[in-house]
Ligand binder design. Structure first.
Ligand code: S3P
Length: 460
């Protein structure tokens, strides 16, 4: 069996920008498979690295963000290897150090572009007696970390951060840490997960109260690894999660389902390009992730679920998507957490729909890899769409199916944000003159095969 190590490479930091014009394509047809879920991939590596024994993972997303998590866990003592010819194809094997067993990293932990790696690892390290410095790229270094610094400080960890609670940041963890009960002030699965992961190596019960439900992969996977975790759901939907610490995690065999956030680009592309009839196989449909598909159906999109099944404790189906005439809608802000990463591509669908689409409650989009409200407003306007920016969303008057004009001579600015690049690539398919994206390198953070798969599906 051949073994390889995959080094962390943040391509958007180490090479020149790679602009590309995306132009109108033939219909998207056939069957494709998108890579593994990013959230589940990060957690597979982190929890595998904390279990006692060998965890095996298939379908892991081999994007730069997940590789940043893997490099950090290796730097703290876990063994993580890629077996290209495992029993089920590519398999990742992780030999964990046990909860509490992380070692002092010798150099700064380079988080690249990845907010999930940073915030979840800050939680994990907070209850270990070690000091670690987190660094990241220009996009990550603008993002707020105060949201995790606050609860983790209550647990006893100490932080020195750049102004505004940003990277570079040095964490001094503590053991024993103090178990806390923390009510999330913002709907964030990253904050919830950071506190729960800190709770793993903390004696007593750590509690997170979540007034608005967010993605629940941490809860599902912690239980799968044998942690003592319970969830109570109140009549108003508030979720209270209790985790008893000093846990011993049991290694698992994990099959990572396809990422609905990656499938989203192909779903919208197939809806927009006339003649398309595309099947996207093995898409994760966890209800805390899949709201986009319901919203697109409400807009008139033909999206069928085929062969609903369970993969690794997560609901999964193949999605058959056909070209559809879309109608603008008002998106209920209650669904925002369940499609928080999908708004950039929803905005593209809205720009081609007939009538007006109104989105509200999107404040959190301003602190993602870029300010996705302002950046998508500028990019779509440049491509010829009619867009109004509000404090917490966009109002878009669609073309009624007519292609967008295209970006003419100036490229749209993606600000090191993979989802802006992929969304505007989809807009290019539905344009007369094509859309030039200033830099496609960030796509490798979450979906390295995006351009190849797009070419395959659209016969280019
Ligand atoms: C993620 C949670 C979300 C999401 C991110 C991944 C996770 O962030 O935007 O891409 O894996 O927990 P927030 O929890 O900050 O909204």
């Amino acid at each position: 069996m051949t073994r390889e190590r995959t080094a962390t490479v943040h391509s958007a930091e180490t090479s020149a920008p790679r602009p590309r014009r995306f132009t109108a394509s033939g219909p998207l047809t056939g069957r494709i498979r998108v890579p593994g879920d990013k959230s589940i991939s990060h957690r597979s590596i982190m929890l595998g690295a904390l279990a006692v024994g060998r965890t095996r993972v298939t379908g892991l997303l081999e994007g730069e963000d997940v590789m940043a998590t893997a490099a950090a866990m290796r730097a703290m003592g876990a063994s993580i290897e890629r077996l290209p010819d495992g029993a089920k194809g590519v398999e990742w094997v992780i030999d964990g150090v046990g909860v509490g067993g992380l070692m002092q990293p010798r150099t700064a932990l380079d988080m690249g572009n990845s907010g999930t790696s940073t915030r979840l690892l800050m939680g994990l390290l907070a209850s270990h007696p070690l000091t670690a410095t987190f660094i990241g790229d220009a996009s990550l270094s603008k993002r707020p970390m105060g949201r995790v610094i606050e609860p983790l400080s209550q647990m006893g960890a100490d932080f020195t951060a750049a102004p505004g609670g940003r990277l570079p940041l040095t964490l001094r963890g503590i053991s024993p840490a103090v178990p806390i009960s923390y009510r999330l002030p913002i709907a964030s699965a990253q904050v919830k997960s950071a506190v729960l992961l800190a709770g793993l190596n903390t004696a007593g019960t750590t509690t997170v109260i979540e007034p608005v439900p967010t993605r629940d992969h941490s809860e599902r996977m912690l239980k799968g690894f044998g942690a003592d975790l319970t969830v109570e759901v109140a009549s108003d939907g508030t979720r209270t999660i209790h985790l008893t610490g000093d846990a011993e995690l049991r290694p698992q065999t994990i099959e990572v389902p396809g990422d609905p956030s990656s499938a989203a680009f192909f779903v919208v592309a197939a809806l927009l390009v006339p003649g398309s009839d595309l099947v996207i196989e093995n898409v994760g449909l966890n209800p805390t992730r899949a709201a986009l598909f319901g919203v697109l159906r409400d807009m008139g999109g033909h999206i069928e679920e085929l062969g609903r099944r369970d993969v690794g404790g997560e609901p999964v189906a193949d999605l058959r998507v056909r070209h559809s005439a879309l109608t603008g809608i008002e998106v209920d802000p209650a669904v925002v957490p369940s499609m928080v990463d999908e708004f950039p591509v929803l905005f593209v669908a809205a720009a081609l729909a007939s009538g007006r689409t109104v989105t509200t409650g999107l404040e959190e989009l301003r602190v993602k890899e870029s300010d996705r409200i302002a950046v998508m407003r500028a990019a779509l306007e440049q491509a010829g769409a009619s867009v109004t920016e509000t404090e917490d969303g966009l109002i878009i008057d669609g073309t009624g199916g007519e292609p967008l004009r295209g970006s003419n001579n100036a490229p749209v600015a993606t600000h090191l944000d993979h989802r802006i690049a992929m969304s505007m690539a989809v807009a290019g398919l539905a344009s007369r003159g094509g859309v030039e994206v200033d830099d496609t390198r960030p796509i490798a953070t979450s979906f390295p095969a995006f351009e190849a798969l797009l070419a395959e599906a659209s016969g280019q």
